[in-house]
Design a protein around this ligand. Structure first.
Ligand code: ADP
Ligand code: MG
Length: 387
């Protein structure tokens, strides 16, 4: 799950990272009067979207007075933002963060990422912050410092000091920096993150250390350990994906027109590949889970059919512990409950498959059966094309 900048900063706060005062977050429909300013300003108004490069795209503005800040925040809400990271797509700005601006003297890049090659978290840092790290890795890789971390110990003192020397951190904030780097690694480990990034980490003209931006990507598989994260909206998920999640179905929307209902993630992946091989495109990845009960199959139909692109449904279920005849009853019962207006192709395999197929063929429901995944994929592609 990717967190918005202000959500990341709320977590940073718990780890004592130095930040400017946040005035507030404005959402669509909010009045900018809600923002209660105190202090001198200037203020910064920042579009809360899941993409970097906002600065250059008009998603970061500075205001000298509270009135201007309110005005800019109101203007930014609902705006369409295209940055170099959105692949040409426009993101709607649904939330805007207003906080105190900093008088930035120097920008540093600091992140912790899970490195599969190292098999450990790695701290990545560069004295050249602010710009894209991908760009820097291409043009000046020698400016990037990498420090692998033992996840059982966190960032050790000597490693943090070495990092600070490498980044030429001034003596006055040396200790504060090493504490910050250690806290960032602690946060990464405790929050089960895949990525935690501060770009930029600023040293102000008055020599203070300030976190300017935040990016946190957490590991969905560890969400069960983080109740406070599960209660947050998943900004990347579509409406259908969110609904699927609340009813416990593993669903990811795709671009094609063949709705797929499969049990098991591996089989679901194989089904997508086979559909592609047969010349079609899946509309989704959907894993109904181990127990393909009437209830789960009904819910899965409902979810698949919410996607208006779906022209045919392919059910590919392997009856292992769940027997094929029970699954067939599930499919028949579910299709009585849900109005399926598109062709249905079913491939069953496994225990009691003969009995399962018989139930389907004598059900009176228009179902096209297939004896193999390959045959099922071909039939589904044909059906989706209207043949
Ligand atoms: P993005 O990574 O999406 O471009 P950032 O939060 O990194 O967004 O902001 C981009 C740039 O805007 C920063 O490098 C900094 O120069 C400026 N900026 C952002 N926030 C502040 C702030 N609070 N005070 C001063 N300048 C800021
Ligand atoms: Mg940034």
């Amino acid at each position: 799950m990717k967190l918005l900048e202000y959500e990341g900063k709320e977590i940073f706060e718990k780890y004592g990272l130095p930040m400017q005062k946040r005035i507030g977050v404005l959402k669509i429909g909010d009045s900018s009067e809600k923002l209660k300013f105190d202090g001198q300003g200037p203020w910064v108004i920042k579009a809360q979207v899941l993409a970097g490069g906002r600065g250059k795209a008009g998603g970061v503005k500075i205001a000298n007075t509270a009135d201007t800040a309110r005005e800019l925040a109101q203007k930014m809400i609902g705006m369409q933002l295209i940055t170099h990271q959105t692949q040409g797509r426009a993101l709607t700005v649904e939330e805007v963060l207003v906080e105190e601006a900093s008088d930035i003297g120097r920008e540093i890049y600091l992140s912790v990422v899970l490195d599969r090659k190292e098999g450990a978290p790695v701290v990545i840092a560069s004295a050249e912050g602010g710009m894209s790290i991908e760009e820097l890795a291409k043009t000046r890789p020698e400016l990037i410092v990498k420090t692998p971390v033992d996840p059982n110990c966190g960032l050790l003192d000597f490693q943090a000091r070495e990092l600070a020397f490498n980044l030429k951190i001034p003596a006055g904030i040396f200790h504060e920096f090493t504490e910050l780097a250690k806290s960032l690694v602690k946060l990464f480990i405790e929050q089960d993150a895949n990525l935690v990034e501060i770009n930029p980490l600023a040293i102000t003209r008055t020599g203070k250390l300030v976190v300017i931006d935040s990016k946190i990507v957490t590991d969905d598989n560890a969400l069960f350990r983080h109740k406070e994260l599960t209660s947050k909206p998943d900004h990347e998920a579509s409406e259908i994906e969110k609904e699927a999640k609340t009813i416990g179905i593993n669903y990811i929307g795709l671009d094609g027109d063949i709705g797929c209902m499969v049990n098991g993630a591996g089989l679901a992946m194989a089904t997508l590949d086979t559909v592609k091989l047969a010349g079609g495109n899946a509309a989704n990845f959907l894993d109904v889970g181990g127990g393909a009960t009437v209830e789960q199959i009904t819910k899965a139909f409902q979810i698949i059919l919410k996607d208006a692109k779906v022209k045919a449904i392919l059910i590919n279920i392997f009856g292992g512990i769940m027997k094929c005849d029970n699954i067939a009853v599930g499919v028949v019962e579910a299709s009585k409950k849900v109005k399926i207006g598109v062709p249905l192709v079913v491939r069953l395999e496994g225990t009691n498959v003969e009995r399962g197929r018989e139930i389907l063929s004598t059900s009176g429901i228009k179902i096209e059966q297939a004896n193999s995944l390959w045959e099922a994929a071909q039939k589904a592609v044909k059906a989706a094309a209207g043949n």
